[in-house]
Every structure is written in C-alpha cells, then in structure tokens.
Unconditional design. Structure first.
Length: 273
C-alpha cells in the first residue's frame, strides 16, 4: 500500500525503526509498502498507531486492508463462483477457527475430489464442464488450509454434521465409501473435530439450514457468519446475528455425539458400504 510508505516517510521513521516498534522486520515493512505483500488489518492498525493516524483515515486504511486480503489466488476464479463466495474464501483464508454445520453434504474443506465433483455436477445445473472443473479445483485448493500448506498455521475446523450427510450416497457407493474413510482420517488430525448429530436427536435449532462461523487470530477481530444459498452467499457481521448463530452452534454440539463416537459412526457407515 503506497499510502503506508507516504505515512512512514511523513513520520520521519526508517523501515527498521517502524519494524522494531511493531515487532516485525524492515523487509516486511518494505513488502507492505511496495505491494508485494498484503498486510493484515491488525498490521495496518499497528502501523497507523505508530504513525499517529486516527479517526476516519485510520478506519479507511484498515478497511482497505480487509478488502485487499479478500483478493487471493481464488480471485481469478471469481466468474465461476457464486456472488459473495469469493469474499468468503478470502475470509476463510484469514481465519484461525472455522465452525460449520452441514445437514446434507460433507463440508467443502473435507471433500474428496470425486465427491466434490459429484456435488458440484448435481448443483451446477447451468454450468459448462469447464466451469465445473474450475469449481472443483477451487474447492480442493481451499483444503490446504487444513494442513498449513498454503502458508501459516493450519486452521482449526469444527464440523457438526447431520447423520444424513453420512447416509446420502453422493456419487455412488465407492465414492461415498472413499469420502467417509477420508473423514475418518481427517478426524485423527489434531486441528479437526467432527461431530455427528444422530437422527434420534430430532428437530434442532439449525433445521433451517447450514452455516459457518469464522473466528480470527487478531484479538480485536469479531467473528463472522457465512450463509450460503443456491445462487449467492452472504457474510453477516452484525454482533447480534453472530451471537445467535454462536448459540445455535453450541446447542448443536450439545446434541451431537462426541468426537470418538462420531468417528466410530463414520467408520461404521463406511464399512457398510
């Protein structure tokens, strides 16, 4: 961001002096100022404090950082994605914790490629084969977040699944068996929790549909909610809405099996296939 360079020069500070004040390196500051790296909103907040920037100017710079961080590798695929989903992928990439509830299919972060293709082909009724390929590629690429292979620490994923997710044979028996076995493997990771709500639990707070809660590593960053529909996605920032979905997620985990019992059920259904 060129504006960060201007502010630093106006302050009379060197890059090294700024880096020492915010606990970074002069190379990092240089990369921010030249646009080679996109600073996190928390980084911009720290820099503006050093430069004595306050009020609307500070708020605008932090907002610019938020918007810039939404444009990553996925941005070139935005034409193949539903409106709002490219913004979600950007936020997901910045999150430290993702909590999701899925009533019908395995969450995208946990799908095998054959399973993902079967889901996308079934739902992309107006898409060409090349657009389906592109959406599958985006979905699989997002999964680097679980293993930290995209840079940074792996995200912590908590997935609450309805039992219907395990029973619905997406893509046929072999594809489904492979998918369930993949879930068993993911459940063994220290940063992944899978909880299954059994059919016997009956109605619950989220019978209206799926949702995701995103939590971020910055202490002052509020959680967000993502809601997805057939043709669009919506990010909710209102604190009361976020609180409502947080309470809903808590009630779902209370109804669900524990992680060990859930993994055993997934393995059992896979064996049945």
């Amino acid at each position: 961001m060129a504006e960060l360079n201007r502010l630093r020069e106006s302050s009379g500070l060197s890059r090294l002096e700024v880096a020492e004040r915010i606990g970074s390196t002069d190379t990092t500051i240089w990369r921010y100022e030249t646009g080679l790296s996109r600073p996190k909103p928390s980084d911009v907040a720290a820099l503006t404090e050093v430069y004595g920037v306050t009020g609307q100017e500070r708020a605008s710079l932090i907002e610019m950082a938020k918007e810039a961080r939404k444009r990553g590798w996925w941005h070139r695929h935005r034409q193949a994605l539903k409106p709002g989903f490219d913004s979600y992928i950007g936020l997901e990439a910045e999150a430290s914790v993702v909590r999701c509830y899925e009533p019908l299919v395995v969450p995208g972060l946990m799908q095998t490629q054959p399973y993902a293709r079967a889901v996308i082909e079934a739902t992309s009724v107006t898409h060409t084969p090349s657009e389906v390929d592109e959406k599958v590629a985006v979905r699989i690429s997002r999964q680097r977040l679980l293993h930290g292979t995209g840079g940074g620490d792996p995200i912590h994923l908590v997935a609450v699944l309805d039992e219907a997710v395990l029973r619905r044979q997406v893509g046929g028996r072999e594809v489904m068996r492979e998918q369930l076995e993949h879930l068993v493997g993911l459940a063994a990771l220290p940063n992944v929790e899978i909880r299954v709500i059994p059919f016997s639990a009956g109605a619950h707070a989220a019978v209206d549909g799926k949702f995701c809660l995103l939590g971020f590593p910055e202490p002052d960053a509020a959680d967000l909610v993502y809601l997805e529909q057939a043709a669009s996605g919506l990010v909710l920032e209102d604190p009361e809405e976020v609180r409502r979905y947080t309470l809903m997620f808590g009630s779902l985990t209370a109804l669900a099996f524990g992680t060990e019992a859930s993994a055993a059920l997934v393995a059992q259904v896979a064996k049945e296939l």
